[in-house]
Ligand binder design. Structure first.
Ligand SMILES: Cc1cc2nc3c(=O)[nH]c(=O)nc-3n(C[C@H](O)[C@H](O)[C@H](O)COP(=O)(O)OP(=O)(O)OC[C@H]3O[C@@H](n4cnc5c(N)ncnc54)[C@H](O)[C@@H]3O)c2cc1C
Length: 589
């Protein structure tokens, strides 16, 4: 159950698709380039393979416990976290002003894939810290930033996100947690559930970001405010002091991610501080959630990569079937097993390319000086976010399931570890906004709200790739054909939704899932065709690792022939509209 990062693929994508060297140069950051990224990735890979990956299975088996001192994490996790924090891995993208390294998101996303592949339960902890850092950076007062950012960025303290309550899951309007003003701070009271890494002993302090209502709060979304509630209040010297009244009162028993404590948190007049403006908490929290949504999408890729590596290794060793000469056949030589491995490998490559491309758009939006360009990149990031969260995590269900299937009966037996990936992956379409909500966001806020203009810009970029492909000598034509058809499906779906949504209020919600999935498969295909173009150009020029590049052409072609046609099925479901979805009386269910 070892794990080795696919460095060559990451390098190919960073160098030729993301164009990290040009990205760094455009921001005046000449030291940021693919060579630097590869050096960082190799360091991260050592920690991932040697320290975090071996704790993945033991963490699953040991889980976490709650005693009178709070949550005790799985054995080995505290020491691993110390190494992680001391290595500076929390601080990659954080502001240099507060001790961060100011590196681009594209680089940190490539690194973060490693953490989630090696040990997703572990990696959730720094992932939430990074979300808290983002939120404080954008919305916290200078005083709060100075007090909390350096320690969070150094990894000495960790962060959490406290939204969910028993009656308020998707519907955050129903939040009941209260915040009463008291001198220079607020007293927070209420219960939050499902809080990831809500308590542990790995760090000196835990910084909870909590959504709550002020006494004069207007009803609805506009009445929610964001507070920072530390586990230990800060002394005058800024160090953790008196225990705050924020406690974990139980931990959930879950289907997967057993080593990530999922806590019920009780706040009883806990001291908290307002982040951003009163009643504007949801907007502040969205900064954290948008970060987390892309990160959860990345988890989908990471866990699928881990499942693929394990399945491929098993398929080379497991012998089933006998040749005429009596020798036995490794199952990797059976076409149906190859099909499964090719689905896994090609989808992983497409997802990696999309995740890194999207992360680079965040950087382009940050670095751009021209306001129009900045806005265009930001719009593209907004468009990608639900696709990354929704499509990558849906794919993870299929790919980790294929990982089990390649193992045959042994896949169903826990000790192989294939089942763990499948169980761990199951949370991904649920948290950080269910995929139903991602699909609604995609079709509503990201498409209908601007009459499809932002989506049209994406489709035009895909068309440019098709034009480029036609001019690339030596490329097989079939990927191009499939991408042309998929692009046509996307345009038809978009036109249908724009027309029908005007008169049918149930239409967007009825077709949103298939609409989002269509764009997931399409953008994945776009990435694979771009990859094929780059690979062929390198081969034509006699540059690069020829074996890797030829394999890339094959995964690209496989993706286009086997996964891109799924856009047609998505289109058919979109065009079927709402007729059967809402028609049946409730009593028939
Ligand atoms: C392991 C784990 C870790 C978590 N970590 C955190 C955390 O750190 N912090 C935190 O705050 N929360 C956390 N959560 C909570 C998680 O974000 C919620 O479970 C999730 O948002 C869904 O809310 P819910 O469970 O109440 O489901 P519900 O909102 O009850 O949804 C049930 C179903 O109805 C659908 N649905 C609901 N409303 C609509 C709608 N308007 N339109 C269409 N479909 C709808 C949903 O898509 C879903 O399929 C975690 C949950 C788990 C299980």
């Amino acid at each position: 159950m070892s794990y080795t990062h696919p460095y060559k693929d990451a390098e190919f994508i960073l160098r030729h698709l993301v164009n990290l060297d040009a990205l760094g140069a455009s921001a005046g950051l000449d030291e940021i380039n693919t060579d630097l990224a590869m050096a960082v990735l190799e360091e991260a890979g050592k920690l991932g393979s040697d320290v975090l990956a071996p704790l993945n299975w033991s963490g699953d088996q040991d889980g976490v416990t709650l005693d009178t001192n709070g949550v005790q994490e799985a054995p080995g996790f505290k020491e691993a976290y110390q190494q992680f924090a001391e290595g500076g891995w929390v601080s990659l993208t954080a502001d240099e002003e507060f001790g961060g390294q100011g590196l681009p998101n594209a680089l940190s996303t490539a690194v973060t894939e490693i953490w989630h592949s090696a040990n997703m339960s572990f990696a959730l902890c720094p992932m939430l810290s990074q979300g808290a850092i983002e939120s404080l950076k954008h919305h916290g007062s200078a005083e709060l930033q100075n007090a909390y950012l350096p320690k969070l960025i150094a990894g000495e303290w960790t962060g959490t996100m406290n939204l969910t309550e028993p009656d308020a899951g998707t519907d955050l309007v129903a939040i009941k947690t209260k915040a009463e003003p008291e001198g220079d701070h607020y007293l927070i009271s209420g219960q939050k559930i499902f809080i990831t890494w809500g308590d542990h002993q790995m760090a000196e302090n835990i910084i909870h970001l909590v959504l709550a209502r002020l006494p004069d709060a207007p009803a609805g979304v506009k009445g929610i405010s964001l507070f920072i509630v530390p586990k230990f209040k800060l002394n005058a010297d800024g160090e953790p002091g008196e225990r705050n009244h924020a406690h974990c009162i139980s931990v959930e028993h879950k289907m997967g991610i057993h080593a990530s404590p999922t806590c019920v948190m009780e706040f009883e007049n806990a001291e908290g501080y307002l982040v951003g403006e009163a009643h504007n908490g949801l907007a502040c929290m969205f900064t954290m959630m948008n970060h987390a949504r892309q990160a959860v999408g990345l988890q989908g890729l990471s866990i699928s990569e881990r499942a693929y590596q394990q399945a491929a290794a098993f398929a080379k060793e497991r012998l089933q079937g006998t040749r005429r000469d009596g020798s036995r056949i490794p199952i990797i030589q059976h076409p149906d097993v190859r099909r499964m491995l090719m689905v896994m490998k090609s989808a992983n490559e497409a997802m990696r390319a999309l995740a890194l491309t999207s992360a680079a758009e965040i950087d382009r939006a940050n670095y751009a000086t021209d306001p129009e360009q900045k806005a265009a990149h930001a719009r593209r990031v907004d468009l990608y976010t639900p696709i990354i969260k929704g499509w990558l995590t849906e794919m993870a269900q299929e790919l980790t399931s294929l990982g089990v299937q390649v193992h045959g009966g042994m896949g169903f037996i826990e000790e192989t570890g294939a089942a763990q990936h499948y169980r761990d992956a199951r949370i991904l379409p649920i948290y950080e906004g269910t995929n139903g909500i991602q699909a609604l966001d995609f079709i509503g806020r990201k498409m209908l709200a601007n009459q499809g203009e932002v989506l049209e810009a994406l489709l035009n970029d895909i068309q440019l790739t098709l034009d480029k492909m036609a001019q690339t000598e030596g490329l097989s034509v079939s990927p191009q054909c499939y991408l042309i058809e998929a692009l046509g499906a996307a345009r038809d779906a978009k036109a249908f939704v724009l027309e029908q949504a005007a008169t049918d209020k149930n239409l967007p919600g009825s077709v949103s899932y298939n609409f989002m999935m269509l764009f997931g498969y399409l953008t994945g295909g776009w990435m694979m065709v771009e990859s094929a173009i780059q690979a062929q150009q390198l081969l034509n020029a006699g540059e690069g690792d020829a074996d890797f590049l030829r394999a890339k052409l094959m995964t690209s072609q496989f993706y286009c022939e086997h996964l891109l046609p799924r856009t047609q099925a998505c289109l058919a479901a979109v065009l079927a509209g709402n007729s059967t979805i809402m028609a049946m009386p409730e009593e028939q269910f």
